[in-house]
Every structure is written in structure tokens, then in C-alpha cells.
Design a protein around this ligand. Structure first.
Ligand SMILES: *Cc1c(COP(=O)(O)O)cnc(C)c1O
Length: 366
């Protein structure tokens, strides 16, 4: 079986280094926050080219804390894409603000700047763009709109660690960047992890306080805080991963570019990758007429596929009170009802990619 993703290959390739790093944390009992979590913050800030990073316990918390830093709260609106993983919107909802869903474009499948502009009201405070599937969204166009309307711009980089837009790393483009290190993300922890990035030191300072029970000095609580620190073991594991991130992204991209050019079945639609971006192929999405049937066909050929994501955010049960209807974000809905995720991870072999391509191209023939 060719798995959709196989983390054990990654673990086994770097096992000694990972275990040594974990051993060091254990010897020093630097378990919650601490030396190794702080070290990762500095390394990741250097890597991204930002002034600061604050590691947190997961990507959802990163998004939540980003909203708090920007003062988002009750009666505010934040525009987020309908085509994303739901956690992009959770961060907004946790503050009492309202997520307002914008459609994606029909070709890049990323947030549509024209639809953002249509959704702006007097209550809009921010836009969260998502570099979904590892493909940077159209930052220049979105930024022009947020600048014009005096809105904050946050980037959800959960799927785009290492991706670039006009030569700049995602996570260094906007007011705040939010990362997830959930296992399977391009850069991943051995459990849960996330980070906030920014070149505004005030935001990093606020995240450092919020995530640490509202403390700067132990037992003196400045604000109502949270327990959202990054664990030391995760920091140490992430520092190992960060050394290999570019290499992993390169091998992902080799496979991704082969899928781009060698899958030529007219029944299969692919995402476009604008020339000013360097995507990192977190997920390789295609659109097919009947996704369930395609997944069965691939399974019959020993290839595991999945769906990211079968229900767009605006039509999720959890958000039924927001009153969205089918047809409100037509491109996102079209994608949700036709998307399939092909196998994609750094250790996928060329022979396995050959086989995936062959079976995609044979799909629907007799
Ligand atoms: C994974 C993911 C998140 C959430 O991150 P967690 O670490 O799982 O909380 C948020 N947004 C996007 C786009 C994601 O893919």
C-alpha cells in the first residue's frame, strides 16, 4: 500500500538525532517551556527572517493568541477563507468575534482578494489568509486591500513552513504568522506544537505572557492568561526538524512538480502555482468528478488517498448559526465536493510517485 503519508519513514531516517535531542531535554528536565523551547523560538525566527517567534502548544492556540494580540473581540468581524481547515476560524470564534467567510479563486484555490473586498463591513478588523496546501496566497493583492481599509493581516502558515512569496518566507509577510507543528505538517512535533511569528516585538511579548498564565514574573499575573506553552521535548524535536526542513520541502516539491506536469488526465483538475511563489506541497490536492469513486479506484490499486476538506467552513454544522447557505462560496463548495488528496511526503519514492501518476492517468479509461 502506498500511504497518503508515512511519518515512520521520517522518524527512522533521523531516529538517533531525535532521540538524542529528547534525551537532552530529559537530562535537564526542561519539560515545559524552558531552554529547548526558547532555543527553537530563536532558530525559527532566524529561519523565517522575523524579529520574534513564540512557540505555543498547537496551531489553534497560535491563531487564538494572534487574535488576542490584535485586540479582536466581541462585535468584531474577521474575514477568513471558506476553504481551509476549520481551526483558522476557531481562533476568531474563541474571542467572541465573528468569522466571515470569503471564497477561494477557481485556479489557485486560495483566498480570493475580490471576495475579501466584498465582505468588508464597518465591523471588519482583520483578514486571516491561509497558505493552504503549502501554496502561498496572493499576498500583494490581499495586503493592498487590508492596507486600504486599515485592517490587520494575519497569515495561517500551518501548512506552509518554508514556503516563499516573492522570495520572503511565509510567516514573515503579515502582521502575525501562525504555525502548527501537528504530526504530518511539513515541520512537525512528536505530539502537538505551534508558533506565532512577528516582526512586531509587542505581539511576541504579548504571546509570551498570554501563553504563560499571564505572567512575566512567576506568580504575578498581569492579564487573564492561558496554559499554552510549547513543551521542551517538542522544541528539541522541532530544532532537529528545522535543520532538515528545506531538504524535506525540496524532495516534496520534486514529487509535486512531477504530479503537476505528468498527471495529464483531463478528468483531473490541479491547483495552479503562481510564478512568484515557492510552494512546499504540504498536501497535493486534485479535483475529480466523483471523489469517493476515485478513492476506491486508487485503493484498489494499492494507493491511499484522502479528502481535504469535504465540507467548507461556512457550511459546517458548528457555524450553522452564522446563516450561510450553499451557493455563498461557490468555488470553495465546488472544491469541497470534488477534492482528493494524493500521497505526498518527503520520503515518497520516485517509483511510488511513478505509480501514483500512472494510475491517475489511467483513471476513467475503460
Ligand atoms: C493544522 C492546521 C491548523 C491547526 O493546527 P493544530 O496544531 O492542529 O491546532 C490551523 N490551520 C490550518 C490551515 C491547519 O492546516
Amino acid at each position: 500500500m502506498i500511504r497518503r503519508i508515512d511519518l515512520s519513514r521520517n522518524y527512522n531516517n533521523h531516529k538517533e538525532e531525535y532521540l538524542k535531542a529528547i534525551g537532552e531535554v530529559c537530562s535537564e528536565t526542561a519539560f515545559s517551556g524552558g531552554k529547548y523551547a526558547d532555543l527553537f523560538d530563536r532558530e525559527f525566527a532566524d529561519y523565517l527572517g522575523v524579529k520574534g517567534v513564540s512557540g505555543v502548544n498547537n496551531g489553534t492556540s497560535a491563531l487564538h493568541l494572534a487574535m488576542l494580540c490584535l485586540g479582536i473581540g466581541k462585535d468584531d468581524e474577521v474575514i477568513v477563507p471558506a476553504n481551509t481547515y476549520i481551526a483558522t476560524a476557531w481562533g476568531v470564534s474563541y474571542t467572541g468575534a465573528r468569522p466571515v467567510f470569503a471564497d477561494c479563486t477557481g485556479d489557485t484555490w486560495e483566498i480570493d482578494p475580490a471576495d475579501i473586498e466584498k465582505k468588508i463591513t464597518s465591523r471588519t478588523k482583520a483578514v486571516i489568509g491561509v497558505h493552504l496546501y503549502g501554496q502561498p496566497f496572493d499576498y500583494d493583492a490581499v495586503h493592498e486591500i487590508t492596507k486600504k481599509h486599515g485592517l490587520f493581516l494575519v497569515e495561517d502558515c500551518a501548512q506552509s513552513a518554508g514556503a516563499e512569496y516573492n522570495g520572503k518566507k511565509t510567516g514573515s509577510l503579515c502582521d502575525i504568522g501562525c504555525f502548527s507543528f501537528y504530526p504530518g505538517k511539513n515541520l512537525y512535533a512528536f505530539g502537538e506544537g505551534g508558533a506565532v511569528s512577528s516582526s512586531n516585538p509587542d505581539y511576541i511579548d504579548m504571546v509570551n505572557v498570554y501563553k504563560n498564565q499571564g505572567c512575566r514574573t512567576r506568580y504575578y499575573h498581569e492579564v487573564i492568561g492561558y496554559n499554552m506553552r510549547l513543551e521542551g521535548i517538542q522544541g528539541a524535536v522541532l530544532s532537529v526538524g528545522l535543520k532538515y526542513l528545506d531538504e524535506w520541502n525540496r524532495t516534496r516539491s520534486e514529487k509535486g512538480r512531477r504530479y503537476d506536469s505528468e498527471i495529464i488526465n483531463p478528468l483531473i483538475k490541479k491547483q495552479t502555482h503562481p510564478g512568484n511563489t515557492k510552494p512546499v506541497y504540504h498536501l497535493y490536492e486534485i479535483q475529480v468528478p466523483d471523489p469517493e469513486q476515485f478513492i476506491e479506484y486508487m485503493k484498489g490499486n494499492g494507493i491511499e488517498c484522502q479528502r481535504h476538506y469535504p465540507v467548507p467552513c461556512h457550511l459546517q454544522e458548528a457555524y450553522k448559526d452564522l446563516g450561510y447557505r450553499p451557493g455563498d462560496c461557490p468555488n470553495a463548495e465546488e472544491l469541497a465536493s470534488h477534492c482528493v488528496t494524493l500521497p505526498m511526503y518527503p520520503e515518497l519514492t520516485d517509483e511510488e510517485a511513478d505509480f501514483v501518476i500512472e494510475k491517475c492517468n489511467a483513471y476513467g479509461r475503460g
